[in-house]
Design a protein around this ligand. Structure first.
Ligand SMILES: *Cc1c(COP(=O)(O)O)cnc(C)c1O
Length: 496
């Protein structure tokens, strides 16, 4: 079978998987979706004995049908290797009545590694397949996590160059250190004298700059994007849901075919959308529980059928979920409209112009696979403290939002199906918030002492990623004003 990808906004011919990976966004501004969702290619019984890499192969080959088996296996082997601190890649921890799927054992200790460690390899293969002679330049604006995961993923990948812009003073100290100490001859990190929005709009303007594109082409470069709407990020995220189900089966926590629920701490709606696709493939998932923090635009959407970003933006202790426009939701909107590209474009147009849209009653009826909840910072902190108190297990602030929403859901719905809670970051990445939730007295500690204390409290190893950055050499010192980004990119690439 040769699966193709079409735009949610419907104009233009469907493209191959490798073309969708290279392009990222469709030309009409829509997101690429597969023309159909493939079924699970192996039985659950076979699945349960597979390694992470084997699971990745059988799932990804159903979606990326123009990649050869060798190409895919090679990408998988390069991505999920000893840069992860556990051979199982995505361990499941049973804590109280739930299973925490820990997606933070990769090089940057957050779940973005699950996809960003393989995307660069999928992209270089895609470039080769489509006779792209240029080298690929990845441009990213980051508020913290994505930049580092993309740097780690693309570092020293042949045929690529990565440039990351972050707002000077706008990221945490650990996040800054993680980026400015990044090794790799093809990596650049630039602090801009502005905020994240300015970095983001600056990058967007560079992508749309036709004159710049022509100049780059002359020197053998072309831009590509690593952001979370790329199907090269979405597809690898389906894998861990299938893998988790297999492990529950293998450990005899569930019986074959038993339906489970999943709870996902959500921002841009990529992670939970991957779970939805896993369900469409036939994985026995009952409810997809979408957990938000105080920026609860998704919770309100699932309650009312109205998406409304016109509200105050709240800075929370779970910053990677501080989002008011969840880009990947467009793929769900398209689906529940009965794949009506016209309807999708209309609603996204309203979002752009008015900041809000309402779905029809019929569309809302198609959302029955989902449940939604939100947790305040207070509630998430209380969850960290009480689960630690009861079990000794320490979770990060994003995972705590999901754990808190899960507790409420279970209590209010009476639905007691076994539940996988997706754990998206290591507590070491948010040591200060995590420790002060356990005991406010820890708030006075310095960064390094906090890490030591967390080690003591949790009884878990300090991740390499944290140890390394505290004493590593600063390699990136470049800065620029927001209106100097174009010049900076040209200078880095040696384009005159
Ligand atoms: C990105 C991120 C999320 C949100 O994931 P989405 O796919 O954007 O919904 C949650 N937690 C952490 C730690 C993240 O880095």
């Amino acid at each position: 079978m040769n699966l193709r990808y079409k735009s949610t906004r419907g104009t233009g011919e469907p493209v191959t998987a490798s073309q969708a990976v290279l392009k990222g966004l469709a030309e009409d501004g829509g997101l690429y979706v597969p023309t159909e969702i493939p079924k699970l290619p192996v039985s659950l019984d076979v699945l349960k004995d597979m390694s992470y890499q084997e699971t990745a192969f059988v799932i990804m080959k159903e979606f990326l049908t123009d990649y050869t088996e060798e190409e895919l296996k090679d990408c998988i082997a390069k991505a999920y290797d000893s840069r992860f601190d556990t051979e199982v890649i995505a361990p499941l921890a049973k804590v109280e009545d739930a299973y925490y799927l820990e997606l933070f054992h990769g090089p940057t200790i957050a779940f973005k590694d699950m996809a960003l460690s393989i995307l660069p390899h999928l992209m270089t293969v895609a470039a080769r397949k489509n006779q792209v002679k240029n080298k690929i330049v990845i441009l990213t604006a980051t508020s913290g996590d994505t930049g580092k995961a993309a740097l780690a993923g693309f570092a020293d990948v042949e045929g690529t160059r990565i440039i990351v812009f972050y707002p000077k003073g706008g990221v945490s100290e650990i996040q800054r250190l993680q980026m400015v100490t990044q090794k790799g001859d093809n990596t650049s990190v630039v602090a801009i004298h502005g905020n994240f929005d300015q970095a983001q709009s600056g990058v967007k303007a560079l992508f749309e700059d036709k004159e710049l594109a022509a100049e780059l082409e002359q020197s053998g470069w072309q831009f590509s994007s690593a952001n979370s709407i790329n199907i090269g990020r979405l597809v690898p995220q389906i894998v861990y849901y299938v893998y988790a189900y297999g492990k529950l089966l293998q450990n005899e926590e569930i019986t074959e075919g038993e339906e489970i629920n999943v709870t996902v701490p959500t921002g841009n709606f990529g992670n939970i959308l991957a779970a939805f696709y896993a369900k469409q493939m036939g994985l026995p998932i009952a409810k997809l529980i979408c957990a938000s923090n105080e920026n609860k635009v998704l919770y309100d959407f699932f309650q009312s059928g109205v998406y409304d970003k016109n509200r105050d933006f709240v800075l929370t202790a779970s910053p990677s979920m501080d989002i008011l426009i969840s880009s990947n939701l467009e793929r769900l909107i398209y689906r529940i409209s009965g794949e009506d590209a016209r309807k999708d474009s209309d609603l996204m147009g309203e979002l752009r112009t008015k900041g809000t849209y309402a779905i029809t009653g019929e569309m809302k009826a198609n959302l029955s696979d989902f449940a939604a909840g939100y947790a305040t910072g207070e509630q998430a902190g209380e969850t960290i403290r009480s689960i630690y108190g009861n079990t000794g297990y320490v979770m990060d602030t994003h995972t705590a939002v999901a754990a808190s929403v899960y507790r409420d859901y279970r209590r209010d719905s009476g639905d007691t199906r076994k539940t996988v809670i997706v754990s998206t970051a290591s507590p070491y990445k948010f040591a200060r918030s995590v420790l002060t939730a356990i005991d406010p007295a820890y708030g006075g500690l310095e960064e390094e002492a906090l890490i030591e204390k967390l080690h003591e409290v949790s009884g878990t190893e300090i991740p390499r990623a944290v140890k390394d950055v505290l004493h590593a050499e600063i390699l990136h010192k470049r800065e620029c004003p927001p209106d100097g980004m174009k010049e900076t990119v040209k200078e880095i690439l040696g384009v005159k």
